[in-house]
Design a protein. Sequence first.
Length: 136
Amino acid sequence: MNSRYSTDPAAFFMNTIMGFWLGPTLWLTVRLKLPERLAEAAKNADELAGEIGAHSGHLRRILNALSSAGIFQRLADGRYGPTEYSLMLHCDHPSGLAQLIDTSLGGQNFLAWSSLEDAVRSGGSAFDIQHGMDKR
């Protein structure tokens, strides 16, 4: 097995399952510019929701999920702050990770994954099937 993956099968599958929700959540994080907003100052979900026009309860759940993965830190007073991981997600970070996440994990590309089974069965492209462009 590739050294990028755990040699423990249970850990491998747990990490894979976590990746399923983490990818879209990272995409949303980049789209809402949460890393930049929390780098300015630690904020609670209500403050942040007011800034971006979001539902504070749903945003709190997203922030808690991201904090559990180490993307943000949840402070004792209920505010959220940056970590070294979130700093790499700034749109102007030299790694370009924010742009990669936006392109790879969001929008039309994310939707295409729901057509994977159809693509495998038909030999078509999941993207084309999902977006009505399959010519077969």
